[in-house]
Design a protein around this ligand. Structure first.
Ligand code: E4P
Length: 217
């Protein structure tokens, strides 16, 4: 499963990109406002930090206007992936842009039927929002499982991008359900490596090593 970082904070992206574990980045208008940065400027900087897709979201609501905004955003860098909302206009714009060879991430997906439409519109990525469904007492992970079945039934190449991930368990469950990608907040990515028994075991090994009086270098 590919890992995208779900943030517009370039310091966080730089730090995580240095691990070699990051395959792309997703942003949305809420993350842009949180960064306090100019939209195009921050997207350009993020695109230099990763070779992978960097999702930049349009804000127009009508298909022609979405396409116009997308054409402006793709000028920023080759790895800009246009993020479009899952509306009829968004799907129409998705078909136009993907037919022209641009990457499109269809966002705000909350049902399997929406995901089916996005695949038919040629989306590169579909973003089901797990956490926001969980918030409503609906099992977000079931949506990933349903989309996986539907896409496999018909051989759709649209990649399932598990979004609105809040916990380490969401990451594990997305991987088990066959998500192609998960977009994950930086704090959750860092938390994945942590285990108290790892810390405890390492401490014991280092204490014993010190008793040998040896050094490797
Ligand atoms: C990513 O593409 C989404 O915009 C993001 O994962 C939404 O997460 P949230 O529900 O925590 O805002």
């Amino acid at each position: 499963m590919k890992f995208f970082v779900d943030t517009a904070d370039t310091n966080e992206i730089r730090e995580l990109a240095a691990t070699g574990l990051i395959d792309g980045v997703t942003t949305n208008p809420s993350l842009i406002v949180k960064s306090g940065r100019d939209f195009k400027e921050v997207i350009a900087e993020i695109c230099e930090l990763t070779d992978g897709p960097v999702s930049a979201e349009v804000t127009a609501l009508e298909a022609d206007a979405m396409v116009a905004e997308a054409r402006e955003l793709v000028k920023i860098a080759k790895n800009v992936c246009i993020k479009l909302p899952l509306t009829i206009d968004g799907l129409k714009a998705c078909k136009i842009l993907t037919d022209e060879g641009y990457m499109v991430n269809v966002t705000l997906c909350f049902s399997a039927n929406q995901a089916l439409l996005a695949a038919k519109a040629g989306a590169t990525f579909i973003s089901p929002f797990i956490g926001r469904l969980d918030d409503m007492n609906i099992d977000g992970m079931e949506l990933i499982e349903d989309i996986r079945i539907i896409y496999d039934n018909y051989g759709f190449e649209t990649e399932i991008l598990a979004a609105s991930i809040r916990t380490a368990n969401h990451v594990k469950q997305s991987a088990m359900a066959g998500s192609d990608v998960a977009t994950i907040p930086p704090s959750v990515i860092k938390g994945l490596a942590k285990h108290p028994l790892t810390d405890k075991g390492l401490e014991a090994f280092l204490a014993d090593w010190a008793k040998t009086g040896q050094s490797i270098l």
